[in-house]
Ligand binder design. Structure first.
Ligand SMILES: CC(=O)N[C@@H](C)C(=O)N[C@@H](C)C(=O)O
Length: 769
């Protein structure tokens, strides 16, 4: 009996080892598909030139490898054809944290952030042929330059003499102790060799998940000729700054630095994925030493006053000047701030910018794109933008190009700021996702992808209809770099996708109109399975947030799962971005029920349509998607043959005291902002428990794989571990992978690779693939 058992185990091990070996070869091909991150178009005498920043997983270094590909664009006006003549090879840029071309395109700033707390930040100024200047800025001046989504802002002034940017302010001095253990004043006598040491000093709060070591983003200006760095005074420490731009230059008028600022004095809540943090657009005068400014010399050390330009609105970010400098535009997530949802339908606004540089106390804020609550069928569903291009203007100076979610797709929009007309610039009939990368005059360089096609650069040629309205004719261009491997190409070749409209169940009268509309689910499958009349096993994919969206775009890891024989059902349940504010706001207070039912409706719909075999359905999700995954296996214990949860929220009651976003737990559990407190009551704890997957643990049977990151500050690992232990106690089959150096997204190259390798092997085991 013993030996029989042992042999069986050995046999199983051998089979699974072989499977790991086979799958690892394929997943590697997918994981290393490059991404297109940014692009710039330069207009030189010889015609437009493109520079495309790309990145690719580097499994050996466990980092992303960055590289730049350049190309020359030639256009045939007779037949509307456009050719990109790419350089034969890209150039590796690993180690560079940011590249920022100057407005004229004659200089390129490269910032290299230090790897440790001792080294300097490097600023390099490149011309077309060589390195012109290099400056090393020591830690005592500032730490790393911010290159993240919120606080990043690196901006050349118009005459290209200075760059404004955001960097980590040096931390407050630490107390020092000598070899006798005595406190020493002013670091005097700190000599590690004889046993002196630095203490920790007061705790300074950081900006939460993904912002380890980031406490105080502050404003700096570097003179690119002398390398002199000025820390801009006058911004109180209570404000964390980001997204700095220069005010337009007009002779004689004051020059301002305009930026977004977040208050972080009382408590810094996590800011990653959180648009609900109150923020304003501020302006502060810049004393330009070279301009012979109106400021008296003896004032030179004094700070200018700071102006809050958006006092009457709870959120203002992404400041952008109109081409003529008459308006300052900004995005707002006031719906998120005012409601408490971590993301919501956004709006776009403008204020007048005074030509004499004299800022008024209360600026009149004009809506350019208001919040959409309940979109009419087929109409614009509201604004969901992650950022704006630094120069998003067409040559008329008043048409702005931007990318936004529109139901399950990302689309390119054009907004005529004068008429208010908003239209879709990417093709109306496309179910792919589109993002504008850069403008080439009035033409658009974009990236387009779908769940079954890798990202490709597309060229949108502007054409004007007889009524003078612009539209874009989309052209394929040469994409030599994206020649995927044979395995990827053949894996993707037989796949197809469609977006299903799924009616929601249990529509109660108290729901708003927008919350009764059908949801969408992206269905990806092999065309071969249809030919055979047999359904492939299905992976139901549920995104996190919950106020986020799974766009109809290429995902390397999901494409890998499709290529090995799974159909996918990617569900954008109510609460997702892209469907108007009514639908989004219908979820808070009902998490764990409404979202769970929406996912079950989508699954039932797929089964009824003959798209899924009910005996071979699995489920996969991370974070709030992990909350849904673990809810689904508890509430629908017979539905799923296997599950995989990545950093899942399993117990709000144990998460609330240790996450960087405790307000999220309250908001999603109660549906409003009023219940939030740093000291939850027993009633709060009871509600959290009752709304969490852990409350359904007794019903779970589904074998579940857990992927957990030890450094996760958003959903601390203890949440997953507690649930795992409870499942083990019940005898449910579990497998756990812990990544000690990963935080919430689990997206470091080796982690991503090992996670999805295991997900595939786990699902294969229960789907008999
Ligand atoms: C706001 C937020 O971070 N919520 C988490 C619980 C979550 O679900 N995060 C999403 C964005 C994720 O996919 O990680």
């Amino acid at each position: 009996m013993d030996s029989y058992g042992t042999d069986t185990v050995k046999e199983l091990d051998q089979t699974s080892e072989e499977e790991y070996a086979t799958q690892s070869k394929l997943i590697k091909e997918f994981i290393t598909i490059p991404s297109i991150d940014k692009a710039w178009i330069f207009n030189s005498g010889s015609g437009p030139q493109a520079m495309v920043a790309m990145s690719q997983a580097n499994l050996l270094a466990n980092k992303r490898r960055k590289f730049m590909l350049s190309g020359h664009i030639s256009k045939e006006s007779s037949n509307l054809s456009v050719n990109f003549h790419w350089a034969p090879f890209p150039v590796e840029m690993t180690g560079a944290s940011a590249f920022v071309p100057s407005p004229s395109g004659l200089k390129l700033l490269v910032v290299r952030n230090p790897d440790d707390k001792e080294s300097s930040t490097k600023f390099e100024i490149w011309s077309s042929s060589h390195l012109e200047k290099e400056f090393h800025i020591p830690q005592k001046v500032h730490g790393s330059v911010y290159v993240d989504g919120w606080f990043e802002g690196i901006s050349w002034n118009s005459d290209e003499t200075c760059v404004a940017y955001v960097a980590e302010e040096p931390s407050l001095p630490k107390p020092t102790f000598d070899h006798l253990g005595y406190y020493t004043k002013d670091n005097v006598g700190l000599d590690k060799d004889i046993g002196s040491w630095k203490g920790q000093g007061d705790w300074e709060e950081e900006w939460g998940e993904a912002y380890a070591g980031k406490r105080q983003p502050a404003l700096f200006v570097i003179n690119v000729d002398s390398g002199e760095v000025e820390h801009i005074k006058g911004v109180p420490r209570s404000i964390s700054v980001g997204q700095v731009v220069w005010s337009p230059s007009s002779k004689g008028s004051a020059k301002y630095l305009v930026f977004a600022g977040w208050l972080g004095d009382k408590r810094k809540f996590g800011i990653k994925y959180c648009y609900n943090r109150p923020c304003s657009i501020y302006a502060i005068k810049f004393r330009d030493a070279s301009s012979g400014s109106d400021e008296p010399k003896d004032n030179a050390k004094e700070a200018f006053p700071i102006h809050n330009l958006t006092k009457s609105i709870s959120s203002g970010f992404s400041p952008l000047f109109s081409k003529d400098g008459k308006f300052l535009l900004f995005l707002s997530a006031k719906t998120a701030v005012d409601s408490g949802a971590h993301w919501g339908t956004e709006s776009l606004h403008k204020i007048n910018w005074p030509s004499d540089g004299k800022l008024s106390e209360i600026a009149d804020i004009v809506d350019l794109i208001p919040v959409v609550n309940c979109p009419d069928d087929g109409c614009f569903p509201g604004l969901y933008v992650t950022g704006l291009l630094s120069d998003p203007w067409l040559s008329d100076g008043h048409t702005l190009m931007l990318s936004s979610y529109w139901h399950s797709c990302r689309v390119i929009l054009s907004l005529n700021m004068l008429s208010g007309e908003l239209s879709r610039a990417s093709p109306n009939d496309s179910d792919c996702s589109w993002s504008v990368l850069a403008l080439d005059g009035d033409d658009i360089v974009a990236v387009c992808s779908s769940p079954v096609s890798v990202p490709e650069i597309k060229y949108g040629k502007k054409v004007v209809d007889p009524a003078g309205r612009p539209s874009w004719q989309w052209l394929d261009i040469q994409n030599p770099i994206f020649k995927s491997s044979e395995k990827v190409t053949s894996g993707l070749s037989s796949l197809e996708f469609k977006i299903l409209k799924v009616p929601v169940s249990n529509v109660s009268e108290c729901l708003t109109k927008g919350a009764k509309k059908p949801i969408e689910a992206i269905y990806v499958s092999s065309s071969k399975s249809k030919e055979n009349g047999i359904c492939d096993p299905l992976v139901v994919i549920v995104h996190g947030g919950p106020h986020s969206v799974a766009p109809c775009s290429f995902s390397k890891t999901l494409a890998y799962l499709s290529s090995i024989g799974y159909s996918l059902l990617i569900v954008n349940y109510r609460g997702s971005l892209g469907f108007g504010e009514d639908a989004l706001q219908s979820l808070p207070g009902k998490v764990g029920s409404q979202d769970v039912n929406d996912v079950l409706s989508a699954v039932d719909h797929a089964v009824e349509m003959g798209l899924a075999d009910p005996s071979r359905i699995t489920v996969l999700g991370g974070s709030h998607g992990g909350f849904l995954t673990t809810h689904l296996i508890g509430q629908a214990p017979n539905k799923f043959v296997a599950a995989a949860a990545r950093n899942p929220v399993c117990n709000l009651a144990s998460m609330v005291g240790i996450t960087d976003i405790p307000d999220w737990c309250f908001f999603e559990a109660y549906g409003d902002r009023t219940h939030y407190t740093e000291a939850p009551s027993p009633e709060d704890m009871s509600r959290f428990h009752q709304m969490s997957p852990i409350s359904h643990i007794s019903k779970v049977k589904t074998p579940t794989l857990f992927l957990l990151g030890t450094m996760d500050l958003r959903v601390p690992i203890s949440n997953g571990i507690q649930y795992v232990r409870a499942l083990k106690e019940k005898g449910v089959e579990v497998k756990v992978l812990v990544f000690p150096n990963d935080n919430h997204p689990l997206d470091r190259p080796r982690t991503d690779y090992e996670s999805f390798l295991n997900i595939a092997v786990w699902f294969n085991k229960y789907c008999k693939l």
